[in-house]
Ligand binder design. Structure first.
Ligand code: COI
Length: 355
């Protein structure tokens, strides 16, 4: 591999691992090792290695801590019934991380190295890939500005890591329908901003409106565009799709302020394949509420790598609240997508990549 295991961690015992793999949720358990490489302006990418999972030592002046020059990715490793381990469209994430990196003035990582980093980490950590239904090893590649310098300019030292986290469902209630709070006071992204980049700042700015959502008894916040303040963009950590009563599926078009989801893209392909029209268009909140009330919209659902596909049962905001009963299309597309990911359905698109 490109990323050589240079120091072994004293790994968790089989009993400790079994304990950690029990009752999985999202994002709180981590494996024994991680990937690291360092970039400097002078020397490029160097020191590719798999090293023990451990705290990262940073100068308090590291630029990321002050100016948030950072990008990240989310991708999963799935265990198939025959024991082999696969991931889903890693090149999609490699390309997207580099697009995010360009926007954040970070160096690009060669696609082959991105993919090698997943392969080399999962080879070392294969015992951590869970085998329960809906479970996976969530991989989190990220890169950040580590140069100790307080001037505001692109860092000349950047660290890349991949950590791995055995994961069950993102939401504590599994695949139960979500309640969504549509915030009008906050926007996620503006024209020319960083909305299309997978960078920590977008998620940082979602936290306060997400708290607003929790305080309204909702699971996720939904953002409107900042120009017209009328069209639906995305949720705090996932994309949104709407199913019309006539079977057409709609999702907000990519305007530069929306994160281009890997799951969003795969779902559009799967739905089109079964003959469903899928359109990317402007979806106004007012129009959506009217269509839900008139019965023209039968389902709304959320999709993302971490979340997978989850029906939305309720949309609420300052002056409205509607419920949506349907979940048939989202359940169907969940089955199709996860069938491919877990190897129980044929992968006709060549999406799966053996780790
Ligand atoms: C993912 O779906 O993988 C993400 O990166 C979103 C994050 C909010 C968990």
């Amino acid at each position: 591999g490109r990323f050589v295991l240079n120091r072994s961690a004293s790994p968790a015992s089989a009993a400790e691992r079994a304990q950690a793999l029990q009752d999985l949720h999202f994002g709180s358990a981590f494996t024994d090792h991680m990937v690291h490489a360092r970039w400097t302006r002078a020397a490029g990418w160097q020191d590719h290695a798999v090293i023990p999972y451990a705290p990262v030592t940073l100068s308090p002046a590291a630029a990321v801590l002050h100016y948030a020059q950072e990008v990240f990715e989310g991708i999963k490793a799935y265990r198939h019934a025959d024991g082999t381990v696969w991931t889903f469209r890693p090149r999609y994430n490699a390309v997207r991380m580099n697009a995010s990196a360009r926007r954040m003035a970070l160096p690009e990582l060669p696609e082959e190295d991105f993919i090698a980093s997943l392969v080399d980490l999962v080879r070392v950590e294969h015992l951590w890939v869970p085998e329960g239904a809906g479970e996976s090893l969530y991989l989190r590649p990220f890169a950040f500005a580590s140069e100790p310098f307080l001037g505001v300019r692109a860092s000349e030292v950047v660290d890349y890591y991949v950590i791995a986290s055995p994961a069950g469902s993102y939401f504590p209630h599994g695949l139960e329908p979500l309640s969504i709070w549509v915030t009008t006071g906050y926007h996620r992204a503006g024209r020319g901003g960083t909305g299309a980049a997978k960078t920590g700042g977008n998620y940082a700015s979602s936290l306060l409106p997400q708290q607003e959502a929790y305080s309204q008894g909702c699971d996720q916040v939904c953002f409107l565009d900042d120009v017209t303040r009328s069209s639906v963009e995305e949720l705090g950590g996932m994309n949104i799709m709407v199913v019309n009563a006539d079977g057409t599926v709609r999702t907000p078009r990519l305007t530069g302020t929306i994160l281009e989801g890997s799951t969003r893209s795969a779902i559009m392909t799967l739905l089109r394949e079964e003959g469903r029209p899928v359109v990317e268009e402007t979806i106004t909140l007012a129009g959506l509420l009217e269509d839900i009330r008139d019965g023209q919209v039968s389902e709304v659902f959320a999709c993302g790598t971490a979340a997978v596909v989850v029906p939305i049962g309720r949309l609420a905001g300052e002056d409205f609240e509607v419920t949506i009963a349907g979940s048939q299309v989202s359940r169907q597309v969940y089955e199709r997508l996860t069938g491919i990911q877990y190897g129980t359905r044929e992968d006709t698109h060549g999406w799966m990549y053996r780790l």
